[in-house]
Design a protein around this ligand. Structure first.
Ligand code: PLP
Length: 472
């Protein structure tokens, strides 16, 4: 025993202690037994309704605004099903806006959280990192470099916004004194003071000082692929000419998520990226939402853009956010540092999620992401064909899918999202000019039966709302 102790850290022995292993097994057994009770959507339990409503009201009071959805989780789920604090069970097809890719209460994530709880620190940071933080950073670089990209560095962060801020600081320093940014119309980058300037939603920066000079380029239009590519490239050249040597970076969101599931195309992106290269402007890909939602781990790999990328950010489904960048961009001085880069449980979970996604046949043309995405799209298409006057689409692909209800009317789309919530399906609103109902399906947990059940509810709810308004 003492010999063995000498070869391993005490922490290793603790984590491998038979009592710990037994405790984990007992927890998983108990979880599985209770998950059997979550067999499908169910309405709330009236006794719990009152206490849940009180919590929602308190949450709204504390936040000073209504909740996006009246969602307070109870703390357990099974696959795409989640139990709420009022005892209702719903299909979660928005997954915390793209976070719960393996659904709710996935055993691998429960184990990851237990392993993290056995570790000594709640949070990890620049002066308190354990081995997992380093391994996660290494793994992200390795995955990112599979197709021509050349990432040598990775900085973890606690939010997508922070990862994007870090990316911007890096490119600004490199391109100093260039101080302008290029971004797409309809794009979303986050909500910090800086990022709210890049996010193309004036209402998100209402009353805020202008901190950055942003020039917007129109995004790809699939109905006019050539024309929209020419328009965007001309527009980009105009900006570059108007402000010579002033642009540090262009931010690319390859599939606009908050904008309503709008994908661009390889030709479109390459046309713009070649122009940016000519003008020595850095290329930043914001994959906070797109990471893990296409045929490749990174959407830039799906679109074949690896050779162009200087810096990329990830977040959401990974639980930990990160900024990956090339050697050339490694900043000088103490530009990047944070007390917290992520919770220990988030870092353990990120590694477990990567393991599951990379070993579970998710990626590729035959992978589960496209397979479930296409199945869902087919089901939504049939609904659209039966109700062409009520919905348009579906749009998007893979793990990012949306449709436009009621001509894109924002109020009606929000009503539909609320009605779907009441009927047992969690989804969310998106869209820039036209409002869309969007889904970020937990493809790591979903099955065909879930998709069938969800689309039945979607159609029933649309029918109910349409009849209610006398639109059919
Ligand atoms: C493309 C994109 N960038 C950045 C963010 C900001 O991420 P976070 O909310 O984690 O700060 C989001 C969040 O929705 C996003 O979709």
């Amino acid at each position: 025993m003492s010999n063995q102790l000498n070869r391993q850290c005490v922490a290793d022995h603790f984590q491998q202690d038979p009592r710990v292993i037994q405790a984990k097994r007992l927890i998983l057994d108990a979880l599985s037994a209770y998950q059997h009770q979550l067999a499908g959507p169910r309405p709330s339990i009236s006794f719990l309704d009152t206490s849940c409503m009180a919590l929602i009201e308190e949450a709204e009071k504390l936040r000073g605004r209504s909740l996006m959805l009246p969602y307070i989780g109870a703390g357990i789920g099974k696959g795409s099903l989640v139990e709420l604090a009022n005892g209702s069970v719903k299909y979660d097809f928005i997954s915390g806006i793209g976070v719960h890719v393996l659904g709710h209460s996935h055993p691998a994530l429960v184990v990851a959280a237990i392993d993290a709880a056995l570790s000594d620190t709640i949070m990890q940071g620049n002066l308190q990192q354990n081995a997992e933080a380093v391994k996660l950073s290494r793994e992200l670089c390795e995955i990112g470099n599979r197709k021509e990209a050349r990432f040598t560095h990775c900085f973890l962060a606690t939010s997508g916004a922070m990862a994007n801020e870090n990316a911007l600081k890096i490119v600004y320093q490199q391109k100093s004194p260039a101080n302008r940014i290029l971004a797409f119309r309809g794009g979303f980058s986050g909500r910090t003071l800086a990022l709210s300037q890049i996010t193309d939603r004036p209402e998100y920066r209402h009353g805020l000082p202008e901190t950055m000079a942003v020039d917007y380029v129109p995004f790809f239009d699939p109905d006019r692929p050539m024309k929209s590519t020419n328009e965007a490239s001309q527009n980009l050249r105009d900006h570059l000419q108007r402000h010579p040597h002033k642009h540090a970076v262009m931010v690319f969101e390859l599939i606009q998520g908050e904008g309503g599931a709008y994908p661009g195309s390889r030709e479109f992106f390459i046309t713009l990226m070649d122009i940016l290269r000519e003008h020595n402007v850095s290329i930043m890909i914001d994959e906070i939402q797109t990471f893990g939602r296409t045929t490749e781990p990174f959407a830039f790999q799906h679109f074949g853009l690896g050779e162009y990328v200087d810096v990329v950010t990830v977040g959401k489904l990974l639980q930990v956010c990160a900024t990956l960048f090339t050697e050339k961009l490694n900043p000088s001085g103490p530009l990047l540092s944070q007390t917290f880069v992520g919770s220990t449980s988030a870092i353990f979970a990120a590694r477990a999620i990567l393991r599951e996604l990379l070993s579970g046949n998710y990626f590729g043309e035959e992978g589960k992401i496209l397979e479930f995405g296409n199945y869902f799209i087919d089901r939504l298409k049939s609904i659209q064909q039966r109700h062409p006057e009520v919905i348009a689409g579906p749009f998007g692909f893979g793990g990012m899918i949306a449709f436009t209800p009621f001509g894109g009317n924002q109020k009606k789309a929000a009503q539909l999202v609320k009605a779907l919530f009441d009927d047992g399906v969690l989804c969310f609103i998106g869209g820039h000019k036209l409002s869309r109902v969007r889904f970020l399906i937990p493809y790591g947990a979903v099955c065909y039966e879930d998709i069938d059940a969800v689309t039945v509810i979607v159609e029933q709810t649309i029918r109910r709302l349409s009849n209610f308004r006398g639109e059919r």
